[in-house]
Ligand binder design. Structure first.
Ligand SMILES: Nc1ncnc2c1ncn2[C@@H]1O[C@H](COP(=O)(O)OP(=O)(O)OP(=O)(O)O)[C@@H](O)[C@H]1O
Ligand SMILES: [Mg+2]
Length: 416
């Protein structure tokens, strides 16, 4: 009879906290140091990286560090609909309102159970006073956001906290239009924060997202270059990647061990990408359970590989492609025949049967959809690691199915 190994210790998912967070000591130390230096030095961080490298998980860790350090905090994940001034402002007003209520509730509960409540502080300045010295407020929305942020910091201080940190995920979604009379939600956000920080109001900001975020910020306000500490995270170094695989096994209740050469092969195959480590681990664990063994071996990896890639395509890659229009999918699949890396527009034009103007527009849409990002003028890359391999698999599967159209094949994926 099959012995159950117990709960799978690997956690492939979206923002799912791993059992062991590997290789992120440096950004964690920098974040903690940044908070300690605030408010005299504005606490703003830009955290960027490709899909699945662990940005959301790290953002959660930042929040835990902030709270432990006495700061109040809130996380907001932007959705595509937030990329407008009124929608972005609305989302900020909601999150600050929720935070104020939460701070009051925590204090009430602590008092009710006789817990220690830190003595109330004061910000030393009221909104009316602040407003007088504030830049002329041309826009009502900017005033609304600045006031909401001011008030949440004020509440945090009154409840004995050090300040308030706002952690914004998927921030690449918020970007300014180039037209002067267009929408400028990113500038609106940044200028409101900067106005408060200039007066040393203890407010911190983390903007987290795809690499496109960096360019969006530069375009929004030239001074953002100096306003943010940039942290770019990516794949894990070999020793960290090994730990990311070994530690969850060590921490699980079942006594499952992994062979040294298996760990080496996994780390090499997944190139140190955190999501892949979790996925490979989870599938190997399941395979061991089915095979009724308590050892993860290279042989097991060979058996499990088709299932691993099937799940990888289904869970990680397909959802990114399936929401695209057929024309956008054509560009992606066509691009799989052009030299890489990087994707160069001139070579894409040769590989794709569309006019250069058309290709250009579609590339822009793929950037907006978060599938590609622009490295520099005329050069692009995929936002998900190993996306190119996936596109090649997908194109092969669709050819095998005899489908003349590249997109939308339900056929089983071919494996590398
Ligand atoms: N440092 C790490 N060590 C081990 N596993 C990690 C680490 N960071 C993230 N993971 C795992 O990787 C997966 C992806 O993490 P997360 O969702 O935070 O990535 P992301 O960068 O936010 O991706 P996306 O851009 O798609 O939102 C999760 O399953 C998580 O458990
Ligand atoms: Mg994320």
């Amino acid at each position: 009879m099959t012995q159950l190994l117990g709960k799978n210790p690997f956690r492939p998912g979206v923002g799912t906290k791993p059992l062991y967070l590997a290789g992120r000591d440096r950004p964690i130390r920098r974040f903690a140091a940044m908070l300690r230096a605030a408010p005299e030095q504005p606490a703003n961080m830009r955290l960027t990286g490709l899909r699945g490298v662990g940005k959301t998980v790290l953002l959660g860790e930042f929040q835990a560090i902030a709270e432990k350090g006495g700061w109040a905090s809130a996380v907001l994940e932007f959705q595509p609909g937030h990329n407008r001034e009124d929608a972005m402002a609305g989302a900020l007003l909601n999150v600050t309102q929720d935070s104020k209520l939460r701070l009051s509730r925590i204090e009430r509960i602590k008092k009710a159970v006789g817990g220690a409540v830190k003595s109330a502080g004061t910000l030393g300045i009221g909104w009316n006073e602040f407003q007088v010295t504030y830049d002329p407020m041309v826009e009502q929305q900017r005033e609304d956001i600045t006031k909401a942020l001011f008030e949440v910091v004020e509440t945090a201080i009154q409840k004995g906290r050090t300040g308030f940190v706002l952690l914004l995920d998927e921030a690449q979604i918020i970007r300014d239009e180039t037209k002067r009379d267009g929408e400028h939600p990113l500038s609106l956000l940044i200028s409101s924060i900067a106005a408060l920080q200039r007066r040393e109001i203890p407010l911190g900001l983390v903007l987290c997202g795809l690499p496109t975020l960096t360019g969006n910020l530069l375009k929004a306000r030239s001074y953002t270059e100096r306003m943010f500490r940039g942290e770019e995270i990516g794949s894990l170094e070999e020793s960290d990647a090994r730990e990311a695989f070994e530690q969850p096994l060590a921490e699980s209740e079942a006594n499952v061990a992994a062979d040294g050469d298996l760990i080496g092969r996994v780390v090499e195959e997944v190139e140190g990408y955190p999501y892949f480590i979790q996925l490979w681990g989870a599938e190997l664990w399941d395979a061991a359970e089915i095979a009724d063994v308590d050892r993860l071996t290279a042989g097991l990896l060979d058996v499990a590989r088709p299932d691993i890639y099937r799940r990888l395509d289904l869970d990680f890659y397909n959802p990114r492609v399936e929401t695209l229009t057929p024309a956008e999918q054509d560009v992606l699949l066509g691009a799989a025949n052009a030299d890489y890396p990087p994707l160069e527009v001139s070579k894409l034009n040769d590989a794709i049967e569309k006019t250069p103007g058309n290709v250009n527009v579609l590339l822009g849409r793929l950037v907006d959809a978060g599938v590609l990002f622009r490295i520099r003028k005329g050069e692009y890359d995929y936002t998900a690691p190993r996306f190119r391999d996936y596109l090649v698999r997908r194109a092969r599967a669709s050819r095998a199915a005899g489908s003349p159209t590249p997109g939308g094949s339900d056929e089983p994926t071919l494996f590398p």
